[in-house]
Design a protein around this ligand. Structure first.
Ligand SMILES: Cc1cc2nc3c(=O)[nH]c(=O)nc-3n(C[C@H](O)[C@H](O)[C@H](O)COP(=O)(O)OP(=O)(O)OC[C@H]3O[C@@H](n4cnc5c(N)ncnc54)[C@H](O)[C@@H]3O)c2cc1C
Length: 437
């Protein structure tokens, strides 16, 4: 028998062959959220075990877009320069309903440079950077399988690592296991499907215009029979001879989007092919996206869910890398902020404080988009009416997650005011908890 121990607790006998280990922080999942958490934790002087079920580099279904908000977080990790040197963009071009509007990234606290990088490269870069810290041990092909509790405290996690079962005892556990959050579900995480969620597909297409320094979104997304769909298409240049081309639609349980995203993607690519001189789309993949904090049970006394597992995805654009990186930093700051804290209520509270009103408002606006008549009615006003030059840059700012508490301009104040109204009106809606407090 071998055993693991921490100074404060009695050694727990382990089954024969289980060479258990102890660590300050176990991080489950090495996507951007988990690997960023590992870097922040190592910098805070904590010992980290970072595990992922896959081995890297690995693909992840994504649009690969990095808003200035994401670039800002990557800067804190020391990675922004390398990423933006490879490719950077200066804003969003929105198309639809007979119009097109250019919306440069505004000068904000996050800077005004966006980027894009395949997730195979980006995630590998962040993971390898984490692994360079002496305090970080990385296990790839290691799946968190069984949580073991002592009372309500997560005492240890049994990990399947390269064919062996190993018990990991950790002071704290950060769960960053992505959208399906299989391990998070074992801890009690519940996804509220009555709230708006996304279904999206992406592909890679060769093009001579991969250096284009705008990202493009088509808000008038029609299927083959000409019906406007409740979502948008995107073309995100990658600067490497390809673009990430994809489309997403919004759904709720009561109004599921009646589309086949992969088929819609093929149709959208065929529409864009002449202008972008696109080659054949490859690596087509689709995924579901819980959004806007529509999950509950995201924390226990010594564990927290971050990133996609906590549904930290913007309901208006499906972007979540920025929130994944931010929630990683927030979670570590709580852990390193002093011993003896219980995160069960604290973590949902911190998430609501940082994102609650904005996510709830975005979820409410996104819900409007699931009504089939909404976009065909409002779209032409937004793109062609006299308000277009005002509305679309504002929409781009919202779609880029670029309004912060510090912003004092009219649009930011309107957005925050609307957020407060919606939060009051939707009291009781699931928001990282069963109710809004
Ligand atoms: C089609 C699509 C397009 C998108 N486009 C964009 C975009 O352009 N920009 C943007 O910002 N966001 C976009 N998103 C959202 C973005 O992909 C996610 O927000 C982001 O990946 C969140 O990162 P994460 O680290 O939380 O999770 P992930 O990147 O999913 O990482 C989770 C990791 O956990 C590992 N894991 C899972 N279970 C276990 C386990 N039990 N044990 C160990 N490891 C485990 C997985 O192998 C995986 O590596 C898009 C999403 C979709 C579906």
């Amino acid at each position: 028998m071998v055993s693991v121990s921490t100074p404060s607790q009695k050694p727990v006998p382990l089954p024969a062959g289980d060479d258990g280990v102890s660590t300050d922080v176990l991080i489950v999942g090495a996507g951007p959220s988990g690997s960023a958490a590992a870097i922040h934790a190592a910098r805070a002087g904590l010992e980290v075990l970072l595990i992922d079920a896959q081995s890297f580099p690995r693909d992840k279904t994504c649009g690969d877009g990095l808003t200035p908000r994401a670039v800002h977080q990557l800067e804190k990790l020391g990675l922004a320069e390398e990423i933006t040197r490879a490719y950077s963009n200066r804003g969003l071009k929105l198309h639809g309903f007979g119009g097109s509007v250019e919306a440069p990234w505004p000068d904000s606290a996050f800077g005004n440079v966006g980027s894009a990088m395949t997730r195979a490269s980006l995630d590998n870069l962040i993971l390898r950077t984490a692994g360079e810290f002496g305090a970080v041990t990385v296990w790839e092909s290691a799946t968190a399988d069984t949580p073991r509790f002592s009372g309500s405290r997560l005492e240890s996690v049994v990990v399947n690592h390269a064919g062996r079962r190993r018990t990991v005892r950790a002071g704290h556990v950060i769960v960053a296991d992505g959208v399906r959050s299989v391990f998070g579900r074992k801890l009690g995480r519940i996804w509220h499907r009555g709230e708006v969620y996304g279904i999206a597909a992406r592909s890679y297409c060769p093009t001579p215009y991969s250096g284009e320094d705008w990202i493009h979104s088509h808000l008038e997304l029609r299927d083959e029979s000409g019906v406007v769909q409740p979502g948008y298409g995107w073309i995100f240049p990658l600067g490497d001879g390809t673009v990430n081309l994809g489309c997403g639609a919004l759904s709720t349980d009561s109004r599921p989007a009646q589309i086949n995203t992969k088929k819609l993607l093929t149709f959208y690519a065929s529409q864009q092919r002449p202008q972008w001189r696109l080659g054949t789309e490859r690596d087509v993949a689709s995924a579901l996206l819980p959004m806007g904090g529509a999950v509950s049970n995201v924390a226990g006394p010594n564990w927290m869910l971050i990133g996609d597992s906590a549904a930290c995805v913007n309901p208006l654009n499906g972007e979540g890398i920025d929130y994944g990186l931010e929630t990683a930093e927030l979670a570590v700051s709580l852990i390193s902020g002093g011993p003896g804290r219980d995160f069960t209520l604290l973590w949902p509270h911190v998430l609501r404080e940082n994102y609650g009103e904005a996510f709830l408002l975005a979820r409410t606006a996104a819900r409007a988009l699931t009504y089939p008549t909404f976009l065909p009615l409002v779209g032409p006003i937004g793109f062609r009416g006299p308000l277009a030059q005002l509305l679309m840059p504002a929409a781009a700012r919202l779609m880029g997650n670029l309004i912060t508490e510090e912003d004092g301009d009219i649009m930011a104040r309107l957005w925050r005011g609307a957020g407060a109204v919606v939060a009051a009106a939707r009291r009781g809606t699931p928001l990282w908890d069963s109710t809004v407090r």
